[in-house]
Write a protein that binds this ligand. Sequence first.
Ligand SMILES: CC(C)(COP(=O)(O)OP(=O)(O)OC[C@H]1O[C@@H](n2cnc3c(N)ncnc32)[C@H](O)[C@@H]1OP(=O)(O)O)[C@@H](O)C(=O)NCCC(=O)NCCS
Length: 378
Amino acid sequence: MGDDTLIEQVRRRYLAVNGDHPMTEDDDAYVRRHFVEATPEAMGLMLEDRLPLPSYLLSDGTPMVPAAHGALAEVAGGVDALHDWFVAFWPDDAATAEAEWGHYLSGQYVCLKEVSPIRIRMKTARVAEAAAAIERLRRDPHDEIGRGLIGQAVDGVLAVPGLDAILLPMTAYDRLRFGGPTVRETWVDGPRREFLTPVAPVWPLRTERLLLRPWRAGDEAALAEAWADEDYVSLLLTGTQNAAEVAEMVRRRSDPGDGMLVGLVAEHDGEVVGDSLLILQGTGLSEGEIGWTVLPRHTGRGYATEAARAVLRMAFEHYGLRRVVANLDARNDRSAALCERLGMRRETHRLGDFWSKGRWTDSYEYALLREEWRAQQS
Ligand SMILES: CC(C)(COP(=O)(O)OP(=O)(O)OC[C@H]1O[C@@H](n2cnc3c(N)ncnc32)[C@H](O)[C@@H]1OP(=O)(O)O)[C@@H](O)C(=O)NCCC(=O)NCCS
């Protein structure tokens, strides 16, 4: 009876903060997955404004809190120390500190996987970066500061987690109580769709002698002989492949997937002469890795150079990349010569870092920045 009264008081406080909106079965299931039932002890502390109110009420009225509800108080050295410990994370901004404390106590920080001052500060910083990035990128989709900011905001860099890693998906109920899209929809899904989802150029690309187009069924006929040849594959990542494996490789490469791997076949006079590859990667998808092959009977005519130049143009002009790299086995003299012909710089010579076909070998990384490429064009 005593507990019922406690629950009723907590429910009233909750409804005063959140309004009365229906929870669907899916919402209930989501909340049960990510949150736990509040204990009577925690409910008592909520009513004294010493611990956050519930994050949700299930449709049967059960108050639900984050699994770590109360854990911050232990870190802080006890519930009584929690407020001062919390606001100390905003040492120069008492107004923000108290506003964040109030929001924390309301239980409405449901966007965060882990509700803590550190994560709250991270979320605020990442959202500010995303907002700045969106403004820049709507003006110029290739703005390199915008690309860096959006990449860090959404996906993070090195030790900096992005919003994708720290935000929960939230529910239809949250859209009702907060009156709009969820935080994740606004700051992860939207920006990812608008700025981090590659859109392919119109195919084919044409150069003086070549046509570059996506892979398609039937390309295996031109490749089978080369891929069965030990010499041809000796400096590639994979070993020899039989006809069935080549056909399967072609089938996989013919699927554009998420657009991050742009695989192209080069044709001369209707005959397949080789292929080129651009993998979009790096913070804000601002870097690409380029790759190439020319079938043995077509080498020595400059086809790889011509195809790679078209791929570099596509990388910098269409995809707006700021840097393109090539990684190669250091024994691959022809590939290194090709990099040099393209004006790429050898940035790295890694000693014995690459295990390939039964031995350790050195590898090179070549790179070309957008401004270097532009200077070549003039
Ligand atoms: C790496 C690879 C693509 C290089 O092929 P390539 O034929 O040497 O390169 P190109 O098609 O650009 O041709 C350049 C050669 O053609 C000559 N050439 C003739 N006409 C030319 C033209 N119009 N423009 C440029 N070069 C021309 C160049 O002088 C050069 O010859 P050289 O090496 O004797 O000086 C090829 O060796 C290959 O497919 N190897 C196996 C797969 C592989 O290792 N891939 C790379 C993995 S990192």
